[in-house]
Structures are given as structure tokens and as C-alpha cells.
Design a protein around this ligand. Structure first.
Ligand SMILES: [Zn+2]
Length: 197
């Protein structure tokens, strides 16, 4: 089986910014995370979902991390809700306990050490911490693979559209193709608004 990264080809690169109000930095995070959920890799262009700002170290318990850009993660609402205020220790600096429970910052290069993306689009945890996150974020009961396939479909559609419009096709073929592209867009919207568990 061919494995991929949770983030696919995207490399999350969080800049070091000094901030005073985390709510004003969605655009910065969209840029740094290339518009994907840091945790599950959902692509907000392909699946047209809404993104949110997650605090890696929960701001409910550790308000001193509320306005640290290095603590912000672009997240889908489901990952954000499931993680919520969960933190494995009583110390904001201990993100993995001796029991190997905890979280990895999705902007950290070691994120890839804990998860793999299967060729069917599903995610697996390959370490104890990866398995902990997998469970907490409910990766087993969500349409993770469907979202991944929607991204693949989006990428292929864009490529195909570019290719085909450079060719000599009849107006009837063009109409047919537009209809197909429209249906694909509809399908993606459907995926975006389908309820996650
Ligand atoms: Zn997510």
C-alpha cells in the first residue's frame, strides 16, 4: 500500500508573528496552512468547508497562550470541537505524557511521524500518540476518505478543464462538459455540508 502524508503535498509553515488579538489572524493562518485543516488535512477549497481557529494549547486552561500565533492552528469545525479543551497534562509545555497520550502541533515537522494517509484517503495513527489523536478526533467515524477523494477530484477536474478547453471541441461537447463540471461542484458542496459525527 502506498502511504501519503496527512497533508499530502502541502507543507504547513507557520510564520513567527507577534499578535495581540488571535481573532484577527484567520487570513494569516489560511496562508500558512495553505487552506487545510492542520489536524485532518481537509482542504477548504476542494471541500468548501468553513475553517476555524484552534488553540493547540487550550486557551480555556491556559489564557496566556491565547494570543500566541505559534499556538494557533487552522482547523475544520469538527477537529476543533472534538479537541476542544482537551489537554493531556497539567502543564502547557507537556503535550505528550509518559503514557504517550497527547497531541502534536500540526505545524511541527514531526506530525508526519505519527500519522499516515492510506491510499484510500483514510488516516491512521502509527504511534501511540497518533492513535490517541486518531481516537480523540474521531478519525475512524468521519468522512475523512471522502474529503480526500473530493480533493483528488477537484485537482483532476481543474487539470482536465485546462486541457480540454485548449482543444477543439464542439459546442455540444462543451455544454456536456460544463454540465459535468457543474455536477462535480454540486457534489463537492454536498460533501462540505454533509454532517460529520
Ligand atoms: Zn479537521
Amino acid at each position: 500500500m502506498k502511504y501519503e502524508r496527512v497533508h499530502g503535498e502541502i507543507r504547513v509553515q507557520r510564520r513567527s508573528l507577534e499578535i495581540t488579538n488571535w481573532k484577527e489572524h484567520k487570513e494569516d493562518l489560511v496562508r500558512d496552512f495553505s487552506n487545510i485543516c492542520g489536524y485532518c488535512g481537509k482542504n477548504f477549497i476542494a471541500v468548501r468547508g468553513k475553517s476555524q481557529i484552534d488553540h493547540f494549547i487550550p486557551r480555556s486552561d491556559y489564557p496566556e497562550y491565547e494570543n500566541k500565533y505559534s499556538n494557533l492552528v487552522l482547523s475544520c469545525p469538527t477537529c476543533n470541537n472534538k479537541k476542544h479543551g482537551d489537554w493531556p497534562s497539567k502543564n502547557p509545555k507537556i503535550y505528550i505524557t509518559e503514557m504517550n497520550e497527547g497531541y502534536i502541533d500540526p505545524a511541527d515537522v514531526t506530525y508526519d511521524d505519527h500519522f499516515k494517509r492510506l491510499s484510500d484517503g483514510n488516516i491512521v495513527g502509527i504511534t501511540d500518540v497518533g492513535k490517541y489523536v486518531y481516537k480523540r478526533l474521531g478519525f475512524d467515524s468521519r468522512p475523512i476518505a471522502i474529503c480526500w477523494k473530493a480533493l483528488e477530484l477537484h485537482k483532476r477536474t481543474v487539470k482536465f478543464r485546462e486541457k480540454v478547453y485548449g482543444c477543439n471541441i464542439s459546442s455540444e461537447q462543451c455544454r456536456d462538459l460544463n454540465k459535468i463540471f457543474y455536477m462535480l461542484e454540486e457534489l463537492r458542496d454536498h460533501i462540505a455540508y454533509a454532517k460529520e459525527n
